[in-house]
Design a binder for this molecule. Sequence first.
Ligand code: ADP
Length: 177
Amino acid sequence: MLVKQFKTLTVRLYQGDITKSQAEAIVNAANPQMIPGGGVDGAINRAASLQLAPLQKSLGPIAVGEAVLTPGFNLLAKYIIHTAGPIWHGGDSREPELLAQCYQSCLALANHHQLTSIAFPAISTGVYHFPVQRAAVIVYDVLKSLAAQSTSVQQVDLVNFDARTAQIYEAVFNENQ
Ligand code: ADP
């Protein structure tokens, strides 16, 4: 695990399964239709409850970059924050800005609910094909600016499922100060 301190904000990076996270809220890389799919969305739905899918669907559609909250059901996490990441189309369709918005929307919602900890997967880097390195730099920048703001969030976990994503994230967070 790599731990980075941004002022009073603690950021932890590790390889693992986000459904096992003990953070107060975990983030789901959902889609705008809010129809449970594969990847992390499928894993979260399997681990949370069969009750999640109908609730998730009832909250859609959402805009790319927007975030909504549901209970965590059987997860250790009390809440699931669902956000729709951008599909990578080459980088000229506002993908970087929209990915930053996903993280910002989730963090704003966490603050709104006075949560102290939140765990994120690598949004958009799976079937949406956002380049992992560029995504990691965006996440780094969002968290650095979060630390300069007033927020209830004290700990952010970046939970990467596969070794390659975990390594790229670690490298980016180690390189930047
Ligand atoms: P997107 O459609 O936003 O690209 P995906 O679910 O396809 O979403 O992938 C996003 C990231 O989530 C990928 O890095 C994928 O490996 C990862 N992932 C898949 N399952 C899990 C899990 N259980 N915990 C954490 N990350 C996961």
